[in-house]
Design a protein around this ligand. Structure first.
Ligand SMILES: Cc1cc2nc3c(=O)[nH]c(=O)nc-3n(C[C@H](O)[C@H](O)[C@H](O)COP(=O)(O)OP(=O)(O)OC[C@H]3O[C@@H](n4cnc5c(N)ncnc54)[C@H](O)[C@@H]3O)c2cc1C
Length: 514
């Protein structure tokens, strides 16, 4: 690694991090990520696309209204409207860089419809390849941009704060060697946290480390309790779990239990086409009751399955399952974190010298539930804003050298056991359905695991889990993606976003213990 790095350091090489670096050019920037550019993070996995009011007759106001409706009372309208207004410009910018978005015969964008959007508003690439195509475009841009130094093979473990200002970050390579990287402006773009849960659609590096290191440095974390679960991930012992796309249900596939009972008919008149969180809860309840849950496409799709849904078919065949003749086992999977490091409209966190962008941030646009395809949009809008904001910052104050953090040697075998225990605990007690007793138990167990954690990566995972569980314990109502079986309805007096520091979360954890 180069000894003299630029004073602007971005942690994470997904869409948010890479776009921010490009917007900062020609200012020198270092990007730190575990894997080569475009090879890590959830961005390249995005299948739907990026939401923007580009269709004739559509407006940013309508996009913002749909966003507010999805967010169950907690979306910051001004922020959502600002994002919707910038959407077309950012999409055009990506297109100008080379992203091959689908267009109609006249050359205009040809957006399609997704759940809870009132218009065709999702800009795609060849149907389901948006994430891969956008990241490949940006990878080419990064290679051509000499002001960007991309450092692969490192993971951030701890933020250093001196005299009330972020001065840099400790990173670690895969052999466990630590190194301090000083910064004048540190940008967290570390993505989501699905891998804190047993079943997730997220890539392995989505472990919530960005939230943890910001919180351990004293930053405010917002909306941590809101985790979106995808109702129909395939439960076929593959980690991460492949998605059985919503389109299957749109084409008539039903959800049944082990006895062939179509249990969603008991729950909602829309049955399998009910909102995602309702389907997720019903599927979770059936599994928890020992009756299992299966997506049955035998009659509705049948022999045309391989041709019409080749990706899902391929995932099934990889494990010896044939969805033409057998129902697919499913389970809800942790998919997206609405909460994260609290930021203002320019991506600034509550700590001087620290910005957060993309899924790791909580800007206020998602509220209690994310509208489909708003996350790629949020990543580019707030990456651009953070870049503008950093340009106005004094970049001469860079941290001095720092000793390595102590907790970087671990008993890896046992730590792997801790991770497995953590993921089971989060899915069972801090997942689709929660209640006071389960959350209190989880907070107690997380405290015991933290006391045992010999490795800083594990400590970070436990820290983020504690923040989610504490915020979920404190919200004694059900709203959006957060469902409390002991408080099953929304309470208007609790219609505020949550904000908490790690100290507050630890206090809640202590008070929750019997
Ligand atoms: C299967 C799937 C489909 C999706 N489809 C869509 C869709 O169609 N439309 C949409 O809008 N959204 C979609 N999403 C959500 C969307 O992909 C993400 O929210 C978005 O890509 C997040 O971008 P990001 O740049 O914040 O994070 P990511 O793209 O996840 O990048 C995070 C980066 O940070 C790195 N990192 C993590 N921890 C560390 C660390 N400690 N140190 C250094 N680097 C670290 C990672 O390796 C990675 O490089 C989907 C998500 C999934 C999982």
């Amino acid at each position: 690694m180069n000894e003299r790095l630029p004073p602007i350091v971005i942690i994470g090489g997904g869409l948010a991090g890479v776009f921010c670096a490009l917007k900062l050019a020609p200012l020198p920037v270092a990007i730190i990520a575990p894997a080569p550019v475009g090879d890590s993070g959830a961005s390249r996995w995005a299948q739907g696309g990026i939401a923007a009011a580009v269709e004739e007759g559509d407006t940013p106001e309508s996009h913002a209204s749909d966003t507010v409706a999805a967010g169950a009372g907690l979306v910051d309208y001004d922020i959502a409207l600002g994002m919707a207004r910038e959407a077309r410009a950012r999409v055009e910018e990506l297109a100008a860089m080379g992203a091959p978005f689908d267009r109609n015969d006249q050359g205009f964008f040809a957006p399609s419809r997704e759940a809870a959007h009132s218009r065709n508003r999702v800009v795609r690439v060849k149907g389901d390849s948006a994430g891969r195509a956008i990241m490949e475009t940006l990878r080419q841009q990064i290679i051509r941009t000499s002001s960007i130094e991309y450092l692969e093979g490192f993971a951030a473990q701890e933020i250093v704060v001196r005299n009330g200002r972020v001065r840099g970050v400790h990173v670690r390579d895969k052999h466990g060697n630590s190194r301090f990287i000083p910064s004048a402006a540190l940008v967290l773009a570390t993505g989501g946290l699905g891998h804190l849960y047993r079943i997730t659609t997220n890539p392995l590096d989505a472990r919530g480390v960005g939230v943890a290191i910001a919180a351990r440095a004293g930053a405010i974390i917002a909306d941590a309790e809101f985790v979106q679960f995808h109702p129909t991930a395939m439960d076929i012992d593959v980690d991460p779990a492949p998605l059985a796309t919503e389109a299957l249900r749109g084409e008539g596939a039903t959800i049944i239990d082990r006895n062939g009972h179509r249990f969603l008919l008991d729950v909602d008149v829309a049955a399998e086409l009910a909102p995602r969180d309702i389907v997720a809860r019903a599927v979770f309840a059936s599994i928890r009751a020992g009756r299992g849950a299966y997506l049955d496409a035998r009659h509705s799709i049948g022999a045309s399955f391989p041709e019409r849904f080749p990706t899902v078919y391929g995932s099934c065949r990889n494990v010896g399952l044939d969805p033409v003749v057998s129902p697919i086992p499913i389970a809800p999977a942790a998919h997206y974190h609405m909460g994260g490091v609290w930021t203002n409209a320019n991506g600034r966190s509550s700590l001087e010298g620290l910005w957060a962008i993309g899924e790791v941030a909580a800007t206020g646009v998602h509220g209690a539930n994310r509208l489909a395809s708003n996350s790629l949009l949020e990543a580019v809008v707030f990456a651009a804003r953070a870049a503008s904001d950093i340009r106005t910052t004094d970049l001469s104050v860079v941290g001095a050298s720092e000793p390595a953090p102590p907790a970087s040697v671990g008993w890896i075998d046992e730590d792997l056991g801790v991770i497995e225990e953590l993921r089971d605990l989060m899915s069972a007690n801090v997942g689709v359905t929660r209640d006071a007793a389960g959350l209190a138990g989880a907070l107690g167990q997380l405290r015991r695991l933290r006391a045992r954690a010999g490795d800083i990566e594990i400590l970070n995972m436990l820290t983020t889990s504690t923040l989610i569980a504490a915020a979920a314990f404190a919200r004694r109502e059900s709203r959006g993606a957060h469902f409390r079986s002991d408080h099953p309805v929304a309470d208007p007096t609790q219609a505020q976003r949550s904000r908490m520091t790690l100290d507050m979360a630890l206090r809640i954890a202590d008070e929750a213990q019997p």
